[in-house]
Design a protein around this ligand. Structure first.
Ligand SMILES: CC(C)(COP(=O)(O)OP(=O)(O)OC[C@H]1O[C@@H](n2cnc3c(N)ncnc32)[C@H](O)[C@@H]1OP(=O)(O)O)[C@@H](O)C(=O)NCCC(=O)NCCS
Length: 191
């Protein structure tokens, strides 16, 4: 599995490119979904979202031709909701999840949202840390929200997305992320 995801002859991934999710991406998205969540969304859930839901905006991240990450939001006037985000296990810890979250935030702002919310498992500390980095704070707990094990969901919010303070935070984080990506990118020199 790993071999086909990595570019031939390289141990390091190339930069990730983010595109709008299309039906052609769904097989790869489903594979990552199954590797990432105990209760996976079925294919028709993604298919309906990208085909029928006018409030939905879904993206995939590609390294070369391979889909390695995806994420989605709903935007309803001033409010937005991160519905899903995941990175292929072989590609985690390389800032690709952060790049995808930043894309979702950019899209929410571009679509006019001022606020963004999400639910996250109480035990999912790595995701919570990513969200806190981007200004999300826990506002409530939904008891027994996850049907597979009865785990609680934390409800997190961030905003005001259009405010000067949040804009400044995003600029600082984007600069640091861009610098990190540039640092990791394999040298283009032929020597
Ligand atoms: C959550 C997820 C999308 C993060 O993607 P990723 O590419 O591995 O994360 P990144 O390399 O972009 O890390 C960005 C930030 O996330 C947090 N983070 C990521 N992995 C972490 C880990 N193992 N431990 C602690 N924090 C972690 C950190 O804050 C990190 O920033 P920092 O290194 O500057 O502190 C990924 O782990 C995933 O797909 N998990 C399974 C699906 C899932 O849980 N989705 C969220 C549902 S709410």
């Amino acid at each position: 599995m790993k071999a086909e995801l990595f570019p031939p002859g390289s141990d390091e991934p190339k930069a990730m490119r983010i595109d709008v999710m299309t039906p052609a991406d769904l097989t790869a998205v489903l594979r990552i979904e199954e590797l990432s969540f105990t209760t996976a969304w079925p294919q028709n859930a993604f298919a309906n979202e990208i085909r029928d839901n006018k409030l939905a905006h879904y993206f995939v991240g590609r390294v070369g031709d391979a889909v390695v990450a995806y994420g989605g939001i709903w935007v309803i006037l001033e409010d937005s909701h991160v519905t899903t985000i995941a990175v292929h296990p072989d590609y985690r810890g390389r800032k690709l999840g952060e790049e995808m979250l930043l894309k979702l935030l950019d899209e929410a702002i571009a679509q006019g949202a001022s606020w963004i919310t999400l639910e996250v498992r109480e035990s999912n500390e790595s995701a919570q840390r990513l969200y806190r980095k981007y200004g999300f704070t826990t506002v409530s707990t939904r008891r027994g929200y996850y049907s597979d094990n009865g785990e609680n969901a934390l409800v997190m919010w961030a905003g005001n997305l259009k405010g000067e303070l949040y804009g400044a935070r995003l600029r600082v984080l984007r600069r640091a992320l861009d610098a990190e990506i540039a640092r990791r990118r394999p040298s283009t020199s032929s020597g």
